[in-house]
Each structure stands twice: as C-alpha cells, then as structure tokens.
Design a protein around this ligand. Structure first.
Ligand code: F6P
Length: 341
C-alpha cells in the first residue's frame, strides 16, 4: 500500500516518535510505501507532500515538534474541502491515511472515514482530553515542564513572601493543571470543569502564608471564576472555532493583591509546555501507538483510533474518541482538595 501520514492541530512532543515507528514497521515488516503530507490537513488539500522513508525518519525519536509540520486547517470549513481531500488522495495513488492529531484533526478523520476514505487515527494532545484513551502522548512531557516550573517558583515565592500563580494550558480540561499541581505541591488548583470562588482562593492563600509557606496557585487557562465570564486576551477564533485564551492568571493575581494585601505575580507557561524533547513515557507511548497504527492499517481495520487502555494498546472507533471531550471528573478533583490551603 501507499500510505499518507499527517500531523494536525497544536504540535506536541512525541509526534516524531509516532512517524518513525509507523514508517519503520510499515517498511521493514509489511513492505508499504509512505508519503508525508505537510502541515496537517493543508497537505492533502493543497497537495503539499514530502518523501517519507526510513532514512527520513532517522534521529527524530527525541526531537520535539513534527518533521511533517502542522496547522489548524479545517477542511470542513472550506467549500468541498473533504471531497477535495478524497479526490486528491485518489489522484496521488494514496491507498490510506494515518492521521495523528487531537479532537479537531481526528474529527476530520471521522468525517473522511464516513466518506469512504481509508483512515486510521493516532491520538495526540498535551491536554489529555481525548476520549476513549487513558492517556495521549505529549501530556506527560507537558506536566513535567509545568512541575519543574512550579518547583522553581516555590523558592522565589518563599524569598519574596509572594503568592505566585502559574497559568498552564487547558481550554476545556484541567488535566495539566491537576497533575502538575499535585506533583508540584500547589496551594490550590483551578480547572475549567469547576468554577472557582475567588474568596475561597484568597482563604487558601492566607492560610498558606500563616504556615510560613508562600502559596503557588496552578490555574488552567480555561478556568473561570464563579458567576463570571471567561477572561480572554482577545476574542479571535481559530478555524475550529476555539477562542484564544490567556489572561485569567493575571486577573487572579490582581484580585489576590486587592483582597489579601499580599504581593502576587503570574507566570504564563504557554507554548513552553508543548516544545522540546518528549519524556521517556511519551516516547514509549508514541512509539507503541505508531506500531499499532500501522498494523491496524495493514489489516485494513479502517475508521479506528489506537488507544491506551490500562497498559494495552487497543483499537477503538474514531467516532468514540471525537464525539465528546474527556474532562476531569469531580471525584478526581476532590482527591486533590485535601492539599489546598
Ligand atoms: O490543544 C493543545 C493546545 O496546546 C491547548 O492547550 C491550547 O489552548 C492551544 O493548543 C493553543 O493553541 P495555539 O497553538 O493555536 O496557540
């Protein structure tokens, strides 16, 4: 078979490990041929390709980002976009597609599957909010970056007797905030799934100061105060309709200063969480996903996504992953609350 590979949406550490595993096993064990599509769905839409063989994938295992490039191009928003992709694939003699992406990219893959395109999905996102897989690769690396930042902030917070706020990624799901906050010993963790009370946050801040510790507050970019609106830097949307976030951390620092009289500062980690080399966990998960994805394609099990269930890699229907987001359930959040304040 001649198989196209693409990476779409926000990049994340481990994408190259998937590409390497797909190509290595696909060529060595099954004798398939590969073609790389550049920049997510823009590749098959506009015929942007690059050679993808074993030499092209050497040395990329520890490299962050994606050698194929990525974009948030949404073919569903382009006139006849999905049909054009189907036609372009057929004209280029591509038999099947391996799409590596999150909710948006795999949502498009689900629609192409319904149109009869032979497609296999591989789940990626630092947000870990894709349904029907226990973890996505990229998440562990992002959590480690955020944890290291929290560790560093503790010492400067102590020196200056300040409250320090760390704003992490997570528009709709608070997984990065929850895990990095737990790992880093945060005084409280604020996530999009649970609207927070500013008054309660200030109580936790004051109680931390009373015990001679300086509080670190971890807040997801999509967290919202009770009875308030989402605080956003601007209202522009990407092509999947997501608003660009950032601003809630800064807003909370001002509230804390005004209400407690303590100095507060905010660090926004932003894309630092997405860049750089993948952790060992993410390299192994991404590699296993790649190995299982090419086997699913070889066996013609189309319309599936590879997923982690426990320690096993399984195949699930694409639609089961993209129908709804996997958010933090209240019980998981409750576990962490014992450490607040
Ligand atoms: O979906 C991954 C993610 O990193 C989100 O956590 C974040 O809100 C968003 O992408 C940022 O998007 P962009 O790369 O377009 O700034």
């Amino acid at each position: 078979m001649r198989i196209g590979v693409l990476t779409g949406g926000g990049d994340c550490p481990g994408l190259n490990a998937v590409i390497r595993a797909v190509v290595r096993k696909g060529v060595k064990e099954y004798g398939h041929e590969f073609i790389g599509f550049r920049d997510g769905w823009r590749g098959p839409l506009e015929g942007l390709t690059m050679p993808l063989d074993i030499p092209a994938t050497r040395g990329i295992l520890p490299r962050g980002g994606t050698i194929l490039g990525s974009s948030r191009t949404n073919p569903s928003k382009i006139e006849n976009g999905l049909e054009r992709i189907k036609e372009n694939l057929a004209n280029a003699g591509i038999d099947a597609l391996i799409a590596i992406g999150g909710e948006d990219t795999l949502g498009v893959a689900t629609k192409l599957d319904a149109l009869g395109v032979k497609v296999i999905g591989v789940p990626k996102t630092i947000d870990n909010d894709l349904n029907n897989t226990d973890y996505t690769f990229g998440f562990d690396t992002a959590v480690n970056v955020a944890m290291e930042a929290i560790d560093r902030l503790h010492t400067t917070a102590e020196s200056h007797h300040r409250a320090l706020i760390v704003e992490v990624m997570g528009r709709h799901a608070g997984w990065i905030a929850l895990h990095s906050g737990l790992a880093g010993g945060a005084a409280c963790i604020l996530i999009p799934e649970q609207a927070f009370s500013v008054e309660k946050v200030c109580e936790w801040v004051e109680s931390r100061f009373k015990t001679n510790y300086s509080p670190i507050i971890v807040i997801a970019e999509g967290a919202i105060p009770q009875a308030g609106d989402m605080v956003t830097k601007d209202q522009s949307l990407d092509s999947f309709g997501h608003v660009r976030l950032s601003g809630i951390g800064e807003w909370l620092a001002q509230e804390i200063e005004a209400r407690t009289g303590k100095e507060a500062r905010t660090s926004v980690l932003g894309h630092i969480q997405r860049g750089g080399t993948p952790s060992a966990f993410d390299r192994v998960l991404a590699t296993r996903f790649g190995l299982h994805a090419i086997t699913a394609a070889h066996e013609g099990d189309w319309g599936k996504m590879v997923a982690l269930h426990g320690t096993d890699i399984v195949r699930v229907p694409l639609i089961s992953a993209t129908g709804q987001l996997k958010t933090v359930d209240p019980a998981r959040y409750k576990e962490a609350e014992i450490f607040f304040g």
